[in-house]
Design a binder for this molecule. Sequence first.
Ligand SMILES: [Zn+2]
Length: 490
Amino acid sequence: MTEIDNQHLANEGINDAQAYVDGAGTLDDLGFRTLRILKIQSNVADKYMLPLLMRLPWADGNEVSLQAAADVAGVSRQRMAQIQAQLYETELQLEHSPPLLYKMLDAVRSASTEDEFWEKAQTYGIVDRGRTWSLDAVGALFEIYGFEFLTQEWNLAVLGWTEKEYQLNDVARECIRTHRNSLGLLSTVSVAADLQIKEDEVRALVKETYPHVYGSDDLIVANSRGPGQFFSTLIKQLLIHEPLTFQEIDEGLRRVVAQRSSVVVGSPSERSALLGELIGHDDQLARAVKIVGDVVRLSESEVWLREVFRASPSGLLHRDEIVEAAIKDGRSISSVNAYLSTSPILRRCEGVGIYRLVGRETSDDAVRSYRAAYFNGHESPKLHYRLVSADVLELSVPFTYSSIAGGSFFSDKTLSSLIESQTFASRCGCDGDEGYGEIRLTDNGVYILGFSKLLHHAHGVHDVEFGKSLTVMCDFSDLSATLVLADASS
Ligand SMILES: [Zn+2]
């Protein structure tokens, strides 16, 4: 600043304001000359030149606080604000705008992004080194000259970039949403490939929507807040058993993803690498809690399920046994059923309806023999039927833990062919039209879906005992299936 102090602070040497600003070769030069002309025309004292230069962003691209400028001038903040206002009240009276502004417009018109503009400005020699100016500061300099057309040109060009950037961000956000699965897992490689941008840029974009990003490699967890589904799934499993192999944890992650009709993201080795980075092999629970805090708990139903499984010597249970336990403990069967298919703390073993807790190792042989022993004592319920009239079919439904859980029935081919592809609206004789879901046989004729609610009603309201048979009249004329209570005790 010594050069400014010695040579440029005085008013001497400016006979022709127009020629003076026309002579500006660079943006900094133009800012300085503009301030100087304004200072002279507004009768502001020389001692304010340097503070104003530091204070006003259009003068040299930088901006200090009002207090800092006042300190340099050796005046109060209020006085400094007065001087600044005095300067702005003055309008520059010039014939035309300085040629440098046209050069700026050339650069701005031929650039399609802000980066490109500054590159061109450098090529044209308008800015020398680095980039200290903001687009707003340049815009303010245009405005000072008061040639509206030029200012408009500038603003339109800059607005064009902002809109383009905004659109890019919109596309990027949508792309990230599509790639992120229900657990919050996201492959930065896939997003980068789709958007044709760098992975670092993907991370920056992800953080705008999902500020909590975990993992440093290609596969990351991105959450908008809280521990999110990924950590909830992870921690619930570790609350049951610790440590767990990555393969076992991954099975739980995939279980939850599948139940939410979401996609599996990343390869098994990428997911294993992410888990390795986050929780390692030892003290997995402590590490996970360190990352997201002590906020994930097992639900009440999961705590109950854990105890039921721990009471089983083999660690295995058939679904009907779980439903039976739920009925005995007065728990909601539908919520227990929902946890059987969605909770990350459970695993469904190969075969029919046998479950174990996460981390509880069982051999295939153990599962097979458990299943054989279970079915040895439990016959699958068989549906009996009788055609009452041309339109009405009487169904005898064995009332068992399996049927109340919505499980399978055996029905013969004739029955299947009779009611196959028909859907009956179920209701109970006691409350007329109130519906309890739809009943239908699936293609193979063994499952009846949407039946559990009606059977819950029979159990809860009419106290029907297990092992008895229920009579349901299927009417083909109005496709209704009515529970007939008179026969419930047969
Ligand atoms: Zn009823």
